[in-house]
Ligand binder design. Structure first.
Ligand SMILES: Nc1nc2c(c(=O)[nH]1)N[C@H]1C(S)=C(S)[C@@H](COP(=O)(O)OP(=O)(O)OC[C@H]3O[C@@H](n4cnc5c(=O)[nH]c(N)nc54)[C@H](O)[C@@H]3O)O[C@H]1N2
Ligand SMILES: Nc1nc2c(c(=O)[nH]1)N[C@H]1C(S)=C(S)[C@@H](COP(=O)(O)OP(=O)(O)OC[C@H]3O[C@@H](n4cnc5c(=O)[nH]c(N)nc54)[C@H](O)[C@@H]3O)O[C@H]1N2
Ligand code: SF4
Ligand SMILES: [Mo]
Length: 862
């Protein structure tokens, strides 16, 4: 695109919605250097590790560049016509509800609007749902129940002003790192207290003033008990309640219950809440992803309403969103249970939408929610499924059924940026979409701030904007006039006008002032918050104008003798979901190169697991294999695995083989974080690691997982019996050593030009060399045969240990050395080693290492 100067855009990843300043190198390449946008209100210049390393994931590796039907490259005209034709035939034969779209909070608002309009306006079905169902649906339902509209009543500035911040089911330091840094700053400035309510001792929990290690789904008991205590102590805000809150007369009866946590911890929590009405509760997946997630949301909101801790600076119940545009999807109405723009499905609302769109809007009510939608695909009620910007074969619960559904469905269309995803493997028709850095439009972050994502590079191959892909199909269906937008700005203007329908019905959502925005002004649009900082301060959008306190009951706990452990699933700091993009970054892949099973020492002993060995998790739905990580961070009886690894990235490390499809009855959100499970050790009589230039999927092993390194891939492997090296190594000149007594084998393969093409290090009993030096030799020709087979340079390098600071490549051993040398704070470690001085995402990890060092006896001085 030539030398355009820095471009201001928004991060591709989480719902913090950080602004980015992107410097695109001139020339035809796709080089970009990324820094935080100091003028963006979400981050004021900060970026976390994922944002900082975005530049590593904009290459064309793995990209889907052309439309394909049954694997064959076709023209766009042919592809759009085929999608339209199959959809038309399906509707004609089986009715509109036999087609469905499954979309994503990673679409831009303009894409989302187009998809929703096509389905609900023209096709005539409510069957469009989104991965936000797996993410925010419970929070949406809780807000709707309490406020009469899906409105987040808080802003990030509340985090700057709060005296107390409760983090409920949120590993903020890893999943919303820039928000976390903001919270830490507030604490440093004004002594804000931080409470983390999470069964696991995460890096966030370690930094808290109080960690409340509740039982899985113990939130309702905790919040009900807390609220009952505040009521008993006369701390509810009677004046606020009588003016602004509807409450059933018997609400307080029998509310008090066992909080389910250590009495001392409960007393400490009560004291903090009693003393600090200027309190924000930030809640995330530990609250939402539960079969009682909506009730958890309302339990949290109840506390804020009762204490009057809402609608003033520094106070409120704040559901923090996950995806960059989860909020935009909620606003345009992309969930199956909204029609569009915060409208429901009443006759009157449907008529209004029909008039606005000049469309029939025949859908009579809400469509199928994600889990039900895939059930309907599975049992043949839905026969045409179009998946956009999400990877349900990996991210949906009970994925064996989801995969079977995809395999059975007569037509699966997938719009993605990557060619080989687990979901794309099931597609009949693949449509190449523009990726981050190419697409152009708007996103809304957690605090309702709308910002622009701007194009940095030309779209590669034939990739198109998602909204345009949809519009082209609509045109091929004969609805071209209603989808004749010439650019993203035109889509945005139409959407902005449509919010007038919400505004006219007393809702807060209103963007009509942008209905006539010129394309130039749209291009220059500065980030802005719809609804202002506190949109509910002037009244609640319910018929009475009051908020509602919803009585929620403590769920019963049913023990399961066959699957006695509780399985939790969570995220890693430097990976994004199903790893289709972050999995391509060598830097980001260092933090957790493998999927770990976190288990308490007591359970490890009980099930015969050893640290660093392998374990199989078994549930009613399936089984999966992980590397064992023994630690006190898990409560006894509970285990945790990461959600990220797919079949493309590992042998059996895909977490969603495990959870069942139980959902919250109100929101339809699955309970990903609390499934019955048991453990088995995995017997492997050899283990190995392999580096090679290309991606392979080894067969017949007990375990494998791959991680990106600079010049290729690093594979961890384990298996039983004989090893078929030919299946693992490419052709080339082989250097080999073997020690049959010790069961050691090492083979290095050199390409014709003398560079290292692959190397495998295998052992049946002993240790393997450090990965980092070997990984660095791939594609190089400087190491001698001796060095390659030894797996280390002739002049040994210090072993840095597991990499903690990915920006500067600083390992745990470097930090331990700094600590032994007298560095006693995160800052001091930064001064000695540089660790933690760039993006800061690893600061909690450094703090943890400092604590371990401090409790270990110092080596006597020499
Ligand atoms: N690095 C990274 N950041 C991300 C993402 C990513 O993939 N990687 N994804 C983004 C998206 S889409 C989302 S939705 C967010 C999610 O952000 P988070 O919600 O912070 O992420 P999770 O790790 O899924 O879950 C948070 C915590 O909930 C805890 N938990 C489990 N069960 C319970 C319970 O019953 N009660 C309570 N109180 N806590 C419980 C878990 O132990 C876990 O530590 O992250 C966003 N940011
Ligand atoms: N066990 C377990 N499962 C979970 C969760 C959990 O905590 N535990 N969390 C759930 C949550 S909160 C979420 S949000 C989901 C996320 O799950 P997914 O949405 O399935 O995860 P992603 O890997 O983000 O998938 C996005 C896909 O869209 C593609 N893509 C990226 N950008 C674009 C674009 O602009 N256009 C198009 N067309 N495609 C694009 C990517 O290549 C990728 O294939 O996972 C859910 N699943
Ligand atoms: S916190 Fe990190 S991942 Fe989230 S938007 Fe900011 S830079 Fe991107
Ligand atoms: Mo999410």
């Amino acid at each position: 695109m030539g030398d355009t100067g820095p471009i201001r855009t928004t991060c591709a990843y989480c719902g913090v919605g950080c602004g980015i300043t992107a410097d695109v190198a001139s020339g035809a390449g796709r080089e970009v250097s990324v820094s935080g946008d100091t003028r963006h209100p979400a981050n004021a210049g900060r970026l976390c590790s994922k944002g900082t390393h975005l530049g590593e994931t904009v290459g064309l590796e793995g990209r889907l560049l052309h439309p394909r039907i049954a694997g064959e490259r076709v023209s766009w005209d042919r592809a759009s016509a085929e999608v339209a034709e199959r959809m038309r035939a399906c509707i004609a034969q089986h009715g509109p509800d036999s087609v469905a779209f499954y979309v994503s909070g990673q679409l831009l608002t303009e894409d989302y609007y187009a998809a929703n309009k096509l389905m609900k306006g023209f096709i005539g079905s409510g069957n469009i749902d989104t991965n936000s169902r797996l993410c925010m649906a419970s929070a949406v339902a809780a807000y709707n129940r309490a406020f009469g509209e899906d409105v987040v009543p808080c802003s990030y500035e509340d985090l700057d002003a709060a005296d107390l911040i409760l983090l409920v089911g949120s590993n903020t330091a890893w999943c919303h790192p820039v928000v976390w840094q903001r919270i830490e700053k507030t604490r440093a400035r004004r002594g804000t207290k931080i409470v983390v309510i999470d069964p696991r001792r995460t890096e966030t929990a370690e930094q808290a003033d109080l960690h409340v290690p509740i039982a899985p789904d113990g939130d309702i008991a905790l919040f009900n008990a807390l609220l009952a205590r505040m009521h008993a102590q006369g701390l509810v805000d009677a004046a606020y309640m009588s003016a602004h809150v509807e409450i059933a007369p018997d609400f307080w009866d029998d509310l008090a219950c066992d909080p389910g946590v250590d009495p001392e911890i409960f007393e400490a929590l009560c004291a903090l809440v009693a003393a600090h009405p200027r309190m924000v509760t930030l809640f995330s997946q530990g609250a939402n992803q539960s079969v009682c997630g909506t009730d958890k949301g309302n339990a949290i909101i109840n506390l804020h309403l009762a204490m009057g801790s809402i609608n003033w600076i520094g106070a409120g119940p704040f559901s923090i969103t996950g995806q960059p545009n989860a909020m935009g999807g909620r606003e345009v109405g992309g969930l199956a249970n909204t029609l569009a723009c915060h409208l429901g499905f009443s006759e009157e609302e449907r008529r209004a939408a029909a008039a606005f769109w000049n469309a029939p809007v025949r859908c009579s009510g809400p469509g199928l929610k994600a889990v039900d939608l895939f059930r309907a695909v599975h049992d043949g009620r839905v026969k045409f499924l179009w998946v956009m910007a999400t990877n349900p074969a990996v991210s949906m619960p009970d994925s064996a059924v989801v995969r079977e559904a995809l395999a059975r469905c007569p037509t699966v269309v997938v719009s993605d940026v990557i060619a080989d995803t687990d979901t794309a493997r099931h597609a009949d028709i693949l449509l190449p979409a523009e990726a981050w850095g190419e697409k152009n439009g708007t996103v809304t972050n957690s605090e309702r701030c709308i910002s622009r994502q701007r194009r940095l590079f030309d779209a590669p191959g034939e990739a198109r904007a998602d909204w345009r892909i949809i519009a082209d199909v609509a045109a091929a269906m004969g609805w071209g006039e209603a989808f004749a937008w010439k650019d993203a700005a035109s889509v945005f203007r139409e959407y902005a006008w449509m919010t007038g329908l919400a505004q006219a019905r007393g809702k807060c959502l209103d963007l009509t002032h942008l209905g006539d925005i010129s394309s130039a002004d749209y291009d220059a649009l500065e980030p802005f918050q719809w609804g202002g900082a506190r949109p509910l301060a002037s009244g609640y959008p319910t018929p009475s104008g009051k908020a509602r306190m919803v009585r929620v009951e403590v769920p019963e706990r049913v023990p399961d003798a066959e699957f006695p452990l509780r399985l939790n699933t969570a995220r890693y700091r430097d990976q994004w979901h199903t790893m289709t993009r972050t999995g391509l970054s060598p830097t980001l892949s260092q933090h957790r190169p493998e999927p770990l099973l976190e288990v308490h020492p007591r359970d490890a002993a009980r099930y015969g697991l050893v640290a660093g060995g392998l374990a199989r998790v078994v549930t009613r739905q399936g089984r999966a294999v992980f590397r064992v990580d023994v630690g006190e961070g898990q409560r006894p009886g509970e285990i945790c695995v990461p959600m990220h690894w797919s079949d493309a990235m590992s042998g059996e490390g895909r977490a969603n083989r495990l959870p069942g499809a139980q959902v919250d009855p109100v929101s339809g959100q699955p309970g990903f974080k609390n499934s019955g499970a048991r453990l088995e050790p995995v017997a492997a009589d050899w283990q190995a690691f392999l580096v090679r230039r290309d991606a392979i999927a080894p067969k017949g092993l007990a375990y494998w997982a791959r991680a990106r390194i600079a010049e290729g891939w690093l594979y961890e492997l384990a298996g039983e019996g004989a090893v078929d090296l030919d299946a693992l190594l490419p052709e080339g000149e082989r250097l080999e050593v073997a020690d049959t007594v010790r069961g050691m084998r090492r083979v290095a393969v050199r390409a014709g030009d003398g560079t290292l093409a692959a190397a495998i290090y295998l052992t049946r009993a002993g240790q393997l060399p450090a990965r980092s030096w070997v990984a660095g030799q791939l594609g190089q020709d400087s190491a001698s045969a001796c060095e390659l087979l030894a797996g280390r340079p002739s002049t040994p390098l210090p072993d840095r240990g597991p990499i903690v600071c990915v920006c500067h490549g600083i390992g745990a051993n470097d930090i331990a050395a700094a600590c032994a040398g007298g560095a006693d704070s995160v800052e001091a470690v930064g001064q000695c080693t540089q660790a933690g001085t760039n993006c800061g995402s690893c600061r909690p990890a450094i703090a943890r290492l400092l604590e371990t060092c401090a409790t270990q006896p110092r080596e006597p001085a020499e």
